[in-house]
Design a binder for this molecule. Sequence first.
Ligand SMILES: [Zn+2]
Length: 104
Amino acid sequence: MIDPPRDIKAHQAEQVLEITWPDGEVHRLPYRFLRAECPCASCRDEWSGARIIQIEHVREEIKLEGLELVGNYALQPSWNDGHSSGIYTWELLRETALGIPEPG
Ligand SMILES: [Zn+2]
């Protein structure tokens, strides 16, 4: 189990979700990247886990319309493309952060 983040900030203009973990590590997750990582059944193949949605399919002006805590273990974002069924556990968010390409 990963402890919940100490702080979560949604930077709407930059389209970045900033997560501060209890160990002080800060991850900045671009919305488009995060949207493409959606773990729900319509974005991932149920059997292989393969990604159905690619980052190119995510609109460039993707924004958050809402962000809900799920228990004490996950976040459920509502995107402005109408999608809100993805539940991102802390584990997934940390793994996702490791897969972000370096800026530049
Ligand atoms: Zn999804």
